[in-house]
Design a protein around this ligand. Structure first.
Ligand SMILES: *Cc1c(COP(=O)(O)O)cnc(C)c1O
Length: 386
């Protein structure tokens, strides 16, 4: 990133950061470099540092520069999935015996990775309500943790945690503060500027934005940690392929405008649901009744595209999830098209029966960028048919 980039607004940054025209060809769009290997002009004499596709690729470099710039970090490191990014970060930062303090409402796969993959290698896990600073302070006073893992807004309950407050608590206790910024995206929330040490992403969601590429990222200002993560990217090998990197870069260019529309549509949908007599509860930080509304108003530049609702009981929630037409029943989120999911049996099946279990009455909506009236009509019809 140049000094010019740093001074620009976010919508300009997503379009231009890391995307200078190619000096040799004039390509305005970064080229898709498919080559797995690069010519050496004499042994070890590399043209631009590229040697082999796992250690580096120019299309991936363009994505990584863009990722670093949009999160305001010095280092962007991309991976083949969000979980691959999390895995590399956790292995770079932790030693056997270290503990992670995890929010009690996080992406189920994050819990599964720490509990079931890293657990057998000696990584310990404690769960706390991250939206409650006093509970986090008490947990840290009881026993130190090496990492505070924060997801805000959280998945699927949309709880809001105070990033600046948690960064202060974590740093006092010597913990690394990690924020999974997948739900908000840097368009709406900038965790590094609020004091977090590391941002992780499933770029599969809003950054890619079109439900056509799986990927992940780690962004940080800590040089030594970035070097460790980059070493694992190379040495363990969960790299983004060139085509994946290229698609993700293309998606990011429209992030600012998409997040604005996702937020507007989600707000309209949340207000419609809050007024519907078949709906028991609506979870959306943009609603004044949401317990994290004031904090979200300070910490975020928009409330995002995810809305969760609770119906009368589990069977009603399942029926509703199976009866929309414009909202497609599918896992994942953050694409331009509206999706809905029944977390208990879909995205959060891996945390059933754990401290992270989600209500059986819950349905999660990923509100897309279609016409809000069409989305509301679809939900209205499905609710009326219950
Ligand atoms: C999807 C998701 C992940 C995992 O990312 P993958 O790209 O599916 O590996 C992590 N965190 C959050 C909040 C997610 O929604």
């Amino acid at each position: 990133m140049t000094d010019h980039d740093a001074a620009r607004g976010f919508a300009s940054l997503v379009v231009h950061a890391g995307q200078s025209p190619d000096p040799a060809t004039g390509d305005v769009i970064p080229a898709l470099h498919m080559s797995t290997t690069f010519v050496q002009d004499g042994i070890g004499n590399l043209r631009q540092g590229y040697e082999y596709g796992r250690s580096g690729n120019p299309t991936r470099t363009a994505l990584e520069a863009q990722l670093a710039a949009i999160e305001g970090g010095a280092h962007g490191i991309s991976f083949s999935s969000g979980l691959a990014a999390e895995d590399a970060l956790l292995r770079a930062a932790l030693q056997p015996g270290d503990e992670v303090l995890l929010g009690n409402d996080v992406y189920g796969g994050t819990y599964r990775l720490i509990a079931r993959v890293l657990g057998p290698w000696g990584i310990r896990l404690r769960v706390v309500d991250m939206s409650d600073l006093e509970a986090v302070a008490a947990a840290l006073a009881e026993r130190l943790a090496k990492i505070l893992w924060v997801e805000t807004p959280s998945n699927p309950m949309l709880k809001i945690s105070d990033i600046a407050g948690l960064a202060a608590l974590g740093h006092d206790a010597g913990a690394l503060v990690v924020v999974d910024n997948t739900f908000a995206s840097p368009a709406l929330q900038q965790p590094l500027a609020l004091g977090a040490d590391v941002v992780v992403h499933s770029t599969t969601k809003y950054l890619g934005g079109h439900s056509d590429v799986v990927g992940g990222a780690v962004v940080t200002n800590h040089d030594a940690l970035a070097e460790q993560v980059r070493f694992l990217q190379f040495a363990a090998g969960a790299v983004s392929g060139p085509h994946d990197a290229w698609l993700t870069t293309r998606g990011i260019k429209t992030l600012a405008i998409r997040m604005q529309r996702h937020s507007e549509n989600a707000d309209a949908v949340a207000r419609f649901l809050a007024g519907h007599d078949r709906v028991a509860r609506v979870h959306y930080p943009g609603l004044e009744s949401h317990p994290g509304h004031d904090l979200a108003s300070r910490q975020m530049r928009g409330f995002g595209g995810i809305v969760s609702l609770e119906l009368a009981d589990g069977p009603a929630a399942r029926r509703f999830a199976e009866s929309t037409r414009l909202f497609t029943l599918a896992e994942s989120l953050g694409g331009v098209e509206s999706l809905l999911n029944y977390p208990d049996e879909m995205t959060h099946a891996s945390v059933r029966g754990t401290e992270l279990a989600v209500p059986v009455e819950l349905v999660r909506l990923s509100v897309g960028i279609e016409d809000a009236d069409d989305l509301i009509a679809d939900l209205d019809r499905a609710l009326s048919a219950l």
